[in-house]
Ligand binder design. Sequence first.
Ligand code: 5GP
Length: 177
Amino acid sequence: MMIRILDKHFVPYIGEEELATRINELATQINIDFKDKNPLFIGILNGSFIFASDLYKQITIPSTISFIKLASYKGTTSSGTVITAIGLEENIHDRNVIIIEDIVDTGNTMFHFLESLSAFNPSSVAICTLLQKPEALLKPLEVQYVGFKIPNKFVVGYGLDYDGYGRNSKMIFQIKE
Ligand code: 5GP
C-alpha cells in the first residue's frame, strides 16, 4: 500500500517481520561477539531510537546503553554537516563501544563521530546500523553489523523520517520515483 508524507509518495520496502527477524540475528551475533566484554551501546538520536530499542531488548549479555544526538538531516540528500555530539558524558574510557545508527549513507556522520569518540579512548568501537547504502559511501568506514544493504534511494519509517514525519511507521518505505 502506497503512503504519502508531505509532498512525496512511498511504497512498502522492508516489512515488520523481516525487520524483526534480521534484528534478532544481529542481536544474536552481538551477544556472541561481546560476551564478557561489557559493551556500551550508544544510540544516535533521533533516527535510531526504534531500532535501538528493539535491538537492545534482544541483548542478553551484561551491557549498558546511552543515547546522543548528532547532525540533523534535511530533505532527501545528506547535508554533510555534522553538529558536535550532545550528551556524550558517559564514561567511554576502556569500554567496548557499539554505535547504533539508523542508516549509513555517505558515511560522513559516522566518520566524524568516530573521530570525536577516539578522544575518549574506548577499548574498541563497532558500528551497528540497520541500513546501509553502499553505493553512497564516501568515507573509508568499516561497518561491522549491517541489517540491510539498500540501494541509493530515500527511505522512511521505523525511526527514519522525512522532514520529521514518518518515524512511527512500523515498516520501512522507499520513495516512489
Ligand atoms: P551520512 O552522514 O552517512 O550521509 O548520513 C547519515 C544520516 O543521514 C542518517 O543518520 C540519516 O539521518 C540520514 N539519511 C541518510 N539517508 C537517509 C534516507 O534514505 N532516509 C532518511 N530518512 N534519512 C537518511
